[in-house]
Design a protein around this ligand. Structure first.
Ligand SMILES: Cc1cc2nc3c(=O)[nH]c(=O)nc-3n(C[C@H](O)[C@H](O)[C@H](O)COP(=O)(O)O)c2cc1C
Length: 418
């Protein structure tokens, strides 16, 4: 991946002390100038996290007995029936999951906990939110066609990605400013992912491909709310020594000046494919481009030497009226023609969605809002429950549809909805 892992010094150090491995980081494309000038790799300061929660009730531990994420090895993810049994067993003794299983209840609980503007920041999309809705509708247009009597007693959900074997085809996608959702923010999410051996993608909160400017987000404009203007989500910058050297005083003493400087650096709409080529020349770490929606751009990405691409429309947060990510996945997969893995996000909520994305050619999927709701409700345990439930749901969807491994899935597993 285009990786400025070393720009995340503090987060990484904190994570390392908790036995979290970051599998990916995102490209900080807007810092090309910094790359050209030679980034100083040593970051130091740490921004204190501030949750955007209303007065937060003490987080109850999840009712699901979970292995602690401090344990050396990730826990094996329970298969679907095991997870069901855990939940039904709790029910027998009158217990109820503290992290709701039905997604509408999960989101409702997160909404109850979060400040309205923080909830809207996560939940909202660009403009009239047509693209955001379209992302979900695209899944409804495909139906799974279950097959019978195929011995599905043993199943393997693992997939290979850039030399790593993931226990399930699921990653936590980059979500910026997680501190407005929970004080433990990215560290909680990363711990949850690490405890199950799944990758966590660390956001720079800034751009990959598709966020060189912020989309027109009506909910945020209505609240007049952009967390970055309050210094939230900027630790990456504030801890960067090159950034700090550009300031008259350190961000701790003069946050306004730091926020203003960030404002001048955040956006770079002048980037072109040449810049990806430049990065390719200057790093040997794998580069994954997130935000590809057109087959021709997939071709450019491959020409530029990237190692994987992510089909994504940023969860409908950037271009209102834009194509649903799932609708463009088959064309991108065709263009890529197995030369690099194609990942997918935007609208993944349940096991059936993962199944459909894989059947349409994705190697794995990334989550966004879904795990934010878990984070809001119960921090690390909440993200973990969301992951456990999603993977269990996927496992059962595969078993009940007659598939034992992700590699078996292709478009013959689907039919267009009537
Ligand atoms: C609050 C929020 C912040 C996000 N921040 C980033 C970011 O910093 N970088 C990025 O590449 N994508 C970011 N995304 C997009 C996600 O990585 C992902 O593409 C999107 O959430 C997928 O759509 P879904 O949440 O509807 O599944 C963000 C999404 C949300 C909801």
């Amino acid at each position: 991946m285009i990786c400025s892992l070393d720009r995340y010094g503090d987060v990484l150090r904190r994570a390392a002390s908790r036995n979290i491995r970051f599998c990916f980081a995102r490209c900080q494309v807007q810092s090309l100038d910094m790359v050209r000038k030679g980034i100083n790799r040593d970051s130091s300061a740490e921004k204190k996290a501030t949750a955007g929660a209303k007065t937060r009730p003490p987080t109850k531990p999840s009712i699901i007995p979970v292995a602690m994420s401090d344990s050396k090895k990730p826990q094996a993810i329970p298969i679907g029936p095991e997870r069901e049994l855990q939940l039904y067993a709790q029910g027998l003794v009158g217990g109820k999951p503290s992290v709701p299983v039905p997604l509408h209840l999960l989101e409702a609980k997160a909404k109850e906990i979060l400040e309205p503007r923080a909830y809207d920041y996560v939940a909202g999309g660009a403009g009239g939110e047509d693209t955001m809705r379209g992302n979900r509708e695209a899944f409804y247009r495909w139906r799974i066609v279950p097959r019978m009597l195929r011995d599905v007693s043993k199943r393997d959900l693992s997939v290979e990605l850039l030399g790593a074997r993931l226990p399930a085809p699921v990653l936590l996608g980059p979500v910026g400013v997680q501190e407005i959702v929970h004080a433990d923010a990215d560290v909680a999410s990363a711990r949850a992912a690490a405890s199950l051996g799944l990758p966590f993608v660390l956001s720079t909160m800034s751009s990959t491909l598709d966020t060189h400017s912020l989309g027109w987000r009506e909910r945020d404009l209505h609240h007049g709310y952009l967390p970055f203007l309050q210094g939230q989500g900027l630790a990456n910058y504030f801890s960067d020594p090159v950034f700090r050297r550009l300031l008259p005083q350190p961000p701790e003493q003069n946050p306004m000046a730091a926020i203003q400087l960030w404002g001048t650096l955040f956006s770079n709409p002048a980037l072109t494919w040449k810049d990806v080529g430049f990065l390719r020349q200057h790093t040997r770490v794998p580069i994954i481009l997130k935000g590809i929606l057109h087959a021709n751009d997939a071709a450019h990405a491959i020409d530029a030497g990237v190692d994987a691409i992510i089909v994504s429309n940023h969860g409908g947060r950037q271009v209102d009226g834009g194509i649903a990510a799932l609708d463009t996945l088959p064309a991108v997969v065709r263009e890529v023609n197995r030369r690099v893995p194609v990942l997918f996000d935007s609208g993944i909520r349940r096991g059936a969605d993962v199944f459909k994305a894989l059947a349409l050619g994705a190697r794995a999927v990334l989550l966004g809002r879904l795990y934010m709701w878990g984070l809001a409700v119960a921090g690390e345990a909440g993200v973990r429950d969301v992951l456990l439930n999603l993977v269990a749901d996927l496992d059962l969807t595969m078993a009940l549809s007659g598939y034992t491994s992700c590699h078996e899935l292709d478009s013959s597993a689907l039919a267009p909805a009537p």
